[in-house]
Write a protein that binds this ligand. Sequence first.
Ligand code: TRP
Length: 331
Amino acid sequence: MENKVLYSAVQPSGNLTIGNYAGAIRNWVALQNGYDCFFAMADMHAITVKQEPALLRRRTLELVSLYLACGIDPEKCTLYVQSQVPQHAELTWVLNSIAYVGEMERMTQFKDKSRKHADNINMGLMDYPVLMAADILLYQTDLVPVGADQKQHLEIARDLASRFNNRYGETFRVPEPYIMKEGAKICSLQEPDKKMSKSDENPNASVFLSDDRDTIIRKFKRAVTDSGNEICASEEKKGVTNLLTIYATFKGCTVSEAEKEFEGKGYGDFKLAVGEVVADALAPIQAEQQRLLADKGYVSSVLKAGQERAFKAARKTLSKVYRKVGFYQGD
Ligand code: TRP
């Protein structure tokens, strides 16, 4: 039997944090063995908010290199750049004709981003979920691993797939959400009741995968802890709990093992130890990413192979779609 198709994409904008690593990248590496995985750099989504062109291009390569450095195997996984496969834009146009303005206006992320970028509420921003549906549906995807913030968009992809199938006959597989094994939730180092975010305004709140050792250790030293001096996980001690979670995640142990390790120690030593474990874990990944970034030939050959594979699969679905909607395709 063929493997199920699993699809995901990330936007090459902003720096990834250790939260992205623990919650998403690590899972990907595990999933590539059991599924037929497609994984895109969603640069077309990224331009729905203003981007510096040179930076967007560089970040695309940095992100591909990072994923490779983390263990994504380009033999097992189709790793490609969204804008290099024109069917994404083409299918978006067809789906636009069955997507309602009202349902797009209701999307939480559209409303949030409209508020945040009030001077640039462009059509692309509103069409974002339709492009995302096209991404997913082009590959006859079975499963999409999604976090809470993208769940509504996956619902739209499912609705559009069914709507199209009802109107034109069976064409798309209707994708299901893939609920990931509860990864450790990593919170802000400054406000530990908030999720760690790549766009936090406080530079000490998030640890980026690109941070060097000194920066990482400094950020952990400044992390907020709670009153008292006990190093144990609890509802009342959100700061300490977050640090224990981070330690356990990067050390590869459980939170209770971490608690034992720090029994009787002070906050200062504890924070330093967490910073060191994170820095030690990231060092080999960062070194490999740098090595890959310097090896332009290799990275571009990976992306070329990915593009070819994605193109073939996408072309098959799109030509079916064009036939169903009545586009003339030659005699
Ligand atoms: N919108 C997603 C995000 O910002 C990225 C994305 C684009 C995506 N296309 C996708 C995720 C298709 C899953 C499936 O996180």
